[in-house]
Design a protein around this ligand. Structure first.
Ligand code: NDP
Length: 454
């Protein structure tokens, strides 16, 4: 049977655009449908605008630090939220335009509409009320933040999508969650002068991360001006002319201007027609795929956050490239999930690659833990107490570095390069044989001498 397209991609985010471009460049007839701005979560309402907000927030601290270096500021600096928000949106729109161009320049049929599955080979273009067919389909529709709908008044809270477009910055905000988004926005908002309260349901934020990194982030709350309330959750949000109040299970009631849900994201599979197309989803709504990103329907594939594997942009991009190579370029290969570096852009940030000491022990390794905890040179004249923590988790039998963890200035930048060595399976002796670059923060990773009890 002749289909309209060789490949139809639903979703023009990081994964979808990469797959569409590579497949079109390989000579296939490709369409890519997107209901929103091209670019997806990362470009439009995630990593990119968030990182600009982090930069904005950090300037405040940098100006404080600069005083120890002789800088004098005539009057107290102020921040204009509208300028930041609008400049960030302009850049988001520019980048989104680049994503459109990538599709169009490579001959992909860029369809500006929601698209849903009708059956295994048919797609309904909703806004144009027409149907098209495709031999293969790639679902790359991502995910979205959710709110706890069981809580009365939950709808009064915003999610991260809304945070980029606030008409004004609130004086007070209460944020729920203790993961990536909650922490990044708590520090962003506090740095911009918002009185932030972070409410986390567990004992300690960043569950699953290295213990020292978790302690480090919590240890910076007070200095950042973040009030931290743990072991509790929202029970009710009420809002009237006099204001908004968040009621907590521990009995506290917090008056606030803004309530922010940052309690996780869920795959965008609602009303997508997955059942009609014969695609299995799990209890979270994530599309179930095999190592080739193939769904339970053999001609339909899925990559990125909609599969809820490792929900990071570079992972979606690599899953997409492996899919195109395997299906269309006679180069079968699978995404390698081993040693994916990650960072939470708290202020200062934390970043990791490979195993924590607990994970390494749980998988049968006997480990040595090397650690440095110090004040970076830049903070000395600034009289800034902020510290750096660096750790290596080393296998006692093979001397291989199994995990690398860092908290402090530029942790994300350092971790990207450290990830090469951890992924390559280099030994602690290899790290030590590398000459230090002095004076730098990162040089501590090649001079780590002290083993610690972990
Ligand atoms: P996370 O999964 O990181 O964190 C969710 C947090 O909310 C956890 O602390 C969780 O607690 C808590 N939580 C979950 N359900 C509830 C509930 N019903 N009531 C109260 N608290 C709750 O999700 P995020 O939304 O922060 O981020 C989603 C994903 O997006 C991340 O996992 C990551 O993959 C990606 N991301 C990556 C970024 C980066 O690379 N820097 C930045 C932002 C997002 P508990 O720990 O107890 O489960």
């Amino acid at each position: 049977m002749a289909y309209d397209y060789d490949l139809f991609v639903i979703g023009a985010g990081s994964g979808g655009v990469r797959a569409a471009r590579l497949a079109a460049q390989a000579g296939l007839k490709v369409a890519c449908a997107e209901e929103s701005k091209p670019g997806g979560t990362c470009v439009v309402r995630g990593c990119v605008p968030k990182k600009f907000f982090v930069f904005a927030s950090e300037f405040g601290h940098a100006m404080e630090d600069a005083k120890g270096y002789g800088w004098e500021f005539g009057k107290a600096p102020t921040h204009n939220w509208n300028t930041l928000r609008d400049n960030v949106q302009n850049e988001v729109n520019r980048l989104s335009g680049i994503y459109s161009n990538i599709l169009e320049k490579n001959g992909v049929d860029h369809i500006r509409s929601r698209a849903v599955l009708v059956d295994a080979h048919t797609i309904h273009i909703v806004d144009e009320d027409r149907q098209v067919t495709a031999d293969k389909i790639l679902v790359a529709v991502g995910g979205r933040p959710f709110i706890d709908e069981g809580i009365p008044g939950a709808e009064h809270g915003i999610v991260s999508d809304d945070a980029f477009l606030l008409p004004e910055l609130p004086k007070k905000a209460v944020i729920a969650g203790g993961g990536y988004i909650a922490l990044e926005f708590a520090f962003i908002m506090a740095g911009l002068g918002v009185d932030v309260t972070l409410v986390y349901r567990g004992e300690k934020v960043l569950r699953g991360w290295d213990e020292d990194l978790r302690n480090y982030v919590e240890g910076n709350f007070e200095r950042a001006g973040i009030t931290y309330v743990n072991n509790t959750v929202f029970t009710k949000i009420d809002k009237d002319e006099s204001g908004t109040r968040v009621h907590l299970l521990n009995g506290d009631v917090i008056e606030t201007d803004l309530v922010f849900w940052a309690i996780g994201r869920k795959p965008n599979t609602e009303s997508l027609g997955v059942q009609r197309a014969g695609i299995d989803v799990d209890s979270q709504g994530a599309i179930v795929v095999d190592a080739d990103s193939r769904t339970s329907q053999s001609n339909i594939f899925a990559v990125g956050d909609v599969t809820n594997r490792v929900n990071l942009t570079p992972v979606a991009i690599r899953e997409a490239a492996a899919f195109v190579d395997t299906q269309f370029k006679d180069n079968p290969r699978q995404m390698d999930y081993h040693c994916i570096p990650k960072a939470v852009f708290a202020q200062p940030p934390v970043a990791s690659v490979g195993a924590t000491a607990e994970e390494a022990r749980a998988s049968g390794h006997k480990v040595d833990v090397y650690k440095a905890d110090f004040r970076a040179m830049k903070n000395i004249l600034a009289d800034n107490p902020e510290r750096v923590v660096m750790k290596l988790i080393v296998d006692q039998d093979t001397d291989k570095v199994l995990g690398c963890h860092m908290a402090g200035t530029e942790a994300g930048e350092v971790m990207q390069i450290a990830a090469i060595a951890v992924k390559a399976g280099l030994t602690k002796a290899d790290w030590d044989a590398t000459c230090a670059l002095h004076p730098s923060v990162a040089e501590e990773f090649v001079t780590l001498a002290s083993k610690v009890e972990d």
